[in-house]
Design a protein. Structure first.
Length: 260
């Protein structure tokens, strides 16, 4: 049984992937911010929750002058269907789903990465360091290259009232919350679909970071581990994972719910 922490195991996987890509001709150097690049790479998995809202957000980003390209997993192609793919999803271009010669040049051409239909399967793979698809490879390389990655959790279905996805079962809710905490530690920013446009615009304008006085969407342990105040302001409807709640309780931090 390994005594390494999850972060150490995931870091080892990411380093191994990047080293392999570098050996095959890709450069593992950090991207040069002075070089021109596209804005957003959307990595679609097999989810479909709020897909029209997501497409509308991408169209709004395009009107704001942002470039959005996409890669669809085989499951996403099955769910979305081929006819009118790019237009249907609100993106300018759908890239090949085949493995590139090297991931680093592909991923570092973008300023932000988003998983607009993050599913439980993809969340599990990322949380446990499984790197066996174009999607998971792209996410790990992006994180290794310090490119911000957003995961939209509507298709992950963290809500307790989702009878179709089995979230009425406490055990399933516990698994999903555990995934959320692990993804937060890995470096993903977890949000809801209705926040995607605002979050991406904030990242692009701020060079990869957003700060808000009110916590929204999903709060993981990684989000509040360095919190120093005695009160945390949280928008109503925000999901707080069990590990985050335990930390807040242990630190004596009061949760103040506010209207979003």
């Amino acid at each position: 049984m390994s005594d390494r922490t999850l972060e150490q195991m995931v870091e080892a996987v990411v380093r191994e992937v990047v080293a392999g890509l570098s050996a095959s001709g890709g450069s593992a150097a950090l991207r040069d911010p002075s070089q021109p690049s596209d804005d957003v790479l959307a990595l679609f998995t097999g989810g479909y929750a709020h897909i029209e809202e997501i497409a509308a957000a991408f169209r709004s980003l395009a009107k704001a002058g942002c470039t959005v390209k996409a890669i669809l997993s085989p499951a996403a192609r099955a769910v979305m269907g081929e006819p009118g793919g790019a237009e249907k999803l609100g993106v300018q271009t759908i890239l090949s789903q085949e493995y590139p010669v090297a991931f680093v040049p592909l991923v570092t051409g973008f300023k932000a990465i988003v998983l607009p239909t993050l599913t439980r399967t993809t969340a599990a793979k990322l949380a446990w360091g499984i790197c066996d698809t174009v999607i998971t490879n792209a996410v790990y390389v992006a994180l290794a290259q310090k490119i911000p990655v957003i995961g939209v959790t509507d298709s992950l279905s963290m809500e307790e009232d989702c009878a179709e996805c089995g979230n009425v079962l406490p055990y399933v809710r516990g698994i999903i919350s555990d995934y959320a905490d692990r993804l937060g530690q890995l470096g993903l920013r977890l949000i809801k679909a209705d926040r995607m446009e605002t979050e991406l615009l904030g990242m692009l304008k701020a060079g990869g970071s957003t700060t808000e006085p009110v916590h929204r969407d999903v709060i993981t342990l990684a989000d509040i581990r360095r919190l120093e105040s005695e009160t945390i302001r949280v928008a109503r409807g925000t999901i707080i994972t069990p590990l985050a709640r335990d930390h807040l309780r242990d630190q004596g931090v009061t949760i103040q719910f506010v209207e979003d």
